[in-house]
Design a protein around this ligand. Structure first.
Ligand SMILES: [Zn+2]
Length: 285
């Protein structure tokens, strides 16, 4: 088994990752089973380890990269990792690496790297022009969940202040959803209805009271569990909440839906059993 370095840039990388295809400027004696690392010189990132599933062949995918890189290798991976090249600076200007050095890069990737997963086109990450995002492990979600619960000892924050690495951010969002749904016993705080799919997944959603887009934090007290209908009604200003946790309905008598929503006006919210997890009123403004 041999090691190889393929090189890409910000423009060619998405194809490498999505199509699991890496380019070489000229023929290399690569065999299926060899290990390949991919160096993105635009962003100074290293991706890998990838396993070659073909040799180095001419025009495997002729239309890839507009025919710019004729020699190509199809690759696969179980888990893909990314590190910055500053963890292995020699990659930026050297061509030749010993087997020990390659193995060192693979160890760095597997032990220190962000674990990545492919996203489908059309996701928020795609909108941000990134084709991959870290996928949190269950242990990382559990650890984010502990942090969220520990945070209940402090005043609810005004805004999200900490900058998280991608994997931590995703773990934290997932922990937020879990914690909020559980705090409300998977029941809508407005109508008190609890539904699940035939295979037992709860319908109820963890809504941000102060939206993420306005800097609302992933704090349990900035969350409220709502069924899909009342989540929609909350996000679209049909529902608001008074200082004593009562539902208030917008007086839009001419809009369809008013007659249905108005029956909730003045009703008490179904709050969490643990008062530390009550929504903080500051977020409702
Ligand atoms: Zn509801």
């Amino acid at each position: 088994m041999n090691y190889w370095k393929s090189v890409c840039n910000a423009g060619t990388r998405p194809k490498c990752i999505r199509e699991q295809l890496v380019p070489f400027p000229e023929y290399r004696p690569i065999s299926a089973g060899d290990t390949i690392i991919l160096y993105d010189y635009s962003n100074n990132d290293i991706y890998g380890p990838m396993i070659a599933i073909t040799g180095c062949e001419e025009d495997l995918v002729p239309e890839a990269w507009q025919g710019q890189y004729q020699y190509q290798v199809k690759v696969a991976w179980d888990e893909l990792y990314r590190i910055t090249s500053s963890e292995f600076p020699r990659i930026e200007n050297s061509e030749e690496f010993s087997e020990e050095e390659f193995q060192q890069v693979v160890d760095l990737l597997q032990n220190e790297g962000d674990r990545l997963m492919l996203l489908e086109w059309g996701t928020p990450a795609a909108a941000l022009d990134t084709d991959i995002v870290a996928e949190p492990r269950d242990s990382e979600i559990a650890s984010a969940r502990k942090d969220l619960e520990a945070q209940l000892e402090n005043e609810p924050p005004d805004a999200e202040t900490t900058e998280y690495q991608s994997v931590e951010q995703v773990a934290r969002q997932e922990a937020f959803r879990e914690a909020v749904r559980e705090a409300y016993d998977e029941t809508c705080a407005v109508c008190g209805i609890r539904r699940e799919t035939p295979d037992g997944r709860p319908e109820v959603e963890a809504a941000h009271i102060k939206p993420k887009s306005e800097g609302g934090p992933d704090d349990i007290r900035n969350g409220i569990a709502l069924c899909k209908l009342h989540h929609w009604a909350f996000d679209n200003s049909w529902l608001s909440v008074t200082d004593n946790y009562r539902v208030e309905i917008t007086d839009a008598q001419c809009s369809d839906g008013y007659s249905e929503f108005v029956s909730l006006d003045g009703q008490n919210l179904e709050l969490p059993a643990d008062p530390r997890m009550y929504p903080a009123l500051k977020y409702f403004d």
